[in-house]
Design a protein around this ligand. Structure first.
Ligand code: ARG
Length: 276
């Protein structure tokens, strides 16, 4: 009886070991398939509106700018090849909504309204809206925009900020497809002011001294904004690229690219503090 029992338990133990082996090999082959080490990562379709110097603009047929350098550094860091396409501002949003593109980098402000439809990276740039006017203008603040004609790029935070001051659907707000068309309207006398991201209009005023323009800041009227990479909702690229952005912060690559374009040093700690 005793002997019989021990043989039985031996057989039972053998079966248990066998089944453990089987399930073990099963799960290990599963995990090696999902990690797919060594396989080629797909080339990402990245879209932008390359009419927004110095972030993204066309130069001798090529898209260049601060964002483009950041994108290339991220591509190197993550191992994802990228194919950047200049599609225009509205199509950027359409493509990501329809998931015909994987990502956008286009000086896009992260805000709660956009977050309902899209995902964003951690912030990579601090911006704010400012007012571009002719030097002899009597506009000195956001409040002074009331009753004036203001040109903006359609569907930007600049448009939203102006409408907050002068009211939505106010016919005095002239909306243009690109910021350059909005600036032309100011130069031609069709508008009294342009409201847009500070870096873009400051750069324009500096590079075109003959046009007698000045830039007005109003911290009460225009809040700080942060740019992020934008993805279709639920994109699994987010964590990979967030990690890479933090690597560029840590290893000095971000600072180098920033200094190249803006001849100043970024406040990396301020950007990182936004990640909470
Ligand atoms: N930062 C502003 C926004 O998100 C304007 C960005 C416009 N970018 C561009 N590439 N045209 O609304």
């Amino acid at each position: 009886m005793k002997k019989k029992l021990s043989i039985f338990s031996l057989v039972l133990a053998f079966i248990l070991v066998l089944s453990a082996c089987a399930s073990g090999s099963g799960s290990s082959s599963g995990s090696s398939a999902s990690s797919s080490s060594g396989t080629q990562k797909k080339t990402l379709r990245v879209v932008d509106d390359a009419t927004y110097a110095p972030f993204e603009y066309m130069d001798k047929g090529k898209i260049v700018g601060f964002d483009v350098d950041i994108l290339n550094a991220l591509s190197k860091e993550t191992g994802y090849k990228v194919q950047l396409a200049n599609v225009g501002w509205d199509p950027v949003f359409v493509e990501l909504k329809n998931k015909t593109a994987d990502m956008s980098i286009s000086a896009i402000t992260i805000n709660s309204q956009r977050k309902q439809t899209y995902d964003f990276s951690v912030p990579y740039f601090l911006s704010t809206n400012k007012i571009l006017v002719k030097k002899n203008s009597n506009i000195k603040s956001g409040a002074d925009l009331k009753g004036k004609v203001i040109a903006v790029q359609t569907a930007t935070t600049g448009q939203a900020a102006v409408e907050k001051i002068v009211g939505q659907n106010n016919p005095n707000v002239k909306k243009f497809k690109t910021i350059n068309l909005a600036i032309m309207e100011l130069l031609n006398g069709g508008a009294d002011a342009v409201v847009a991201d500070n870096t873009v209009i400051e750069e324009y005023a500096k590079n075109n001294p003959g046009q007698n323009l000045k830039v007005i800041m109003d911290k009460k009227a225009f809040a700080p904004e942060f740019y992020g990479l934008m993805y279709p909702k639920g994109s699994n690229l987010r964590s990979v690229f967030d990690k890479a952005i933090n690597t560029l912060y840590a290893n000095g690559t971000y600072t180098k690219i920033y200094q190249k374009w803006f001849k100043a040093s970024p406040d990396v700690n301020e950007l990182k503090a936004q990640q909470k």
